[in-house]
Design a protein around this ligand. Structure first.
Ligand SMILES: CC(C)(COP(=O)(O)OP(=O)(O)OC[C@H]1O[C@@H](n2cnc3c(N)ncnc32)[C@H](O)[C@@H]1OP(=O)(O)O)[C@@H](O)C(=O)NCCC(=O)NCCS
Length: 210
């Protein structure tokens, strides 16, 4: 029997974002304990299945956060997770996180697409004014992706991270609603599959298409 089609909240061209399934817990635990990921997601200690389950349950239940499982549309393979944490209802801000679990699936454009879809949802779906993130200075791939998508560097927390025998800076970045030009918006909409484009109408269009 072919694997079941995962629920798709946002369908991109190559990946979809959908609800996080607790049945995938063992895969998440394997990924976040992997030395190839944990320096980037700040987990310098072992994470148990129990802890990870609690983290996901908190994320799913929280009114001030939203999390997505990332699936490859072709074959429905689970790729990783993306989330917006600390959504502040007055400041209209949130904190973005992402990981693609398997190295063989990184650097194929999938993380950029998932970042773009999550950002589009943050700015248009959740009506946030500001989506911020923090990235360690040695994570050149992630920095490249965020800059390419229009996140701007705002500050540095000097030597905030100890990794591989020395301290490294943590770079703070954000994208604001006022950075959200029609051009940038269209760039982000370009990562959507056409069948879900109606959820994020083009500038000037009304939601009912009128
Ligand atoms: C960061 C991450 C989400 C990016 O997703 P990805 O699918 O690997 O990246 P993409 O293929 O979409 O894009 C990678 C881009 O960086 C570039 N790149 C790859 N390695 C690079 C490096 N060492 N230095 C600079 N740029 C690099 C690629 O050329 C590509 O740019 P392009 O689109 O201009 O060609 C993913 O690598 C990941 O999950 N890493 C581990 C966890 C992590 O770092 N999370 C983020 C914490 S802030």
């Amino acid at each position: 029997m072919p694997p079941m089609q995962p629920a798709e909240f946002i369908r991109g061209r190559r990946v979809s974002l959908g609800p996080i399934d607790l049945d995938d817990i063992d895969t998440y635990v394997r990924w976040i304990n992997d030395p190839a990921i944990r320096p980037y997601v700040n987990r310098p200690w072992p994470t148990t299945a129990h802890e990870e389950r609690r983290r996901i349950e908190t994320l799913v239940a929280a009114e001030d956060a939203v999390g997505f499982a990332i699936h490859l549309r072709d074959g429905n393979r689970l790729l990783g997770r993306t989330a917006i944490w600390n959504i502040h209802r007055v400041n209209r801000s949130g904190l973005f996180t992402i990981f693609i679990g398997d190295e063989e699936m990184r650097s194929k454009g999938l993380g950029k697409e998932a970042t773009a879809l999550t950002t589009l949802h943050a700015m248009e779906g959740l009506n946030l004014n500001r989506l911020e993130l923090e990235v360690f200075a040695y994570n050149e791939r992630a920095l490249h992706v965020y800059e390419k998508l229009g996140f701007r560097k705002e500050g540095v927390r000097r030597e905030a991270k100890f990794h591989a025998g020395r301290y490294h800076d943590a770079i703070q970045m954000a994208i604001l609603k006022r950075d959200w030009s029609d051009e940038l918006r269209e760039q982000f909409r370009g990562y959507l599959d056409g069948s879900h484009a109606g959820a994020f109408p083009a500038s000037g269009a009304t939601p009912n298409g009128g």
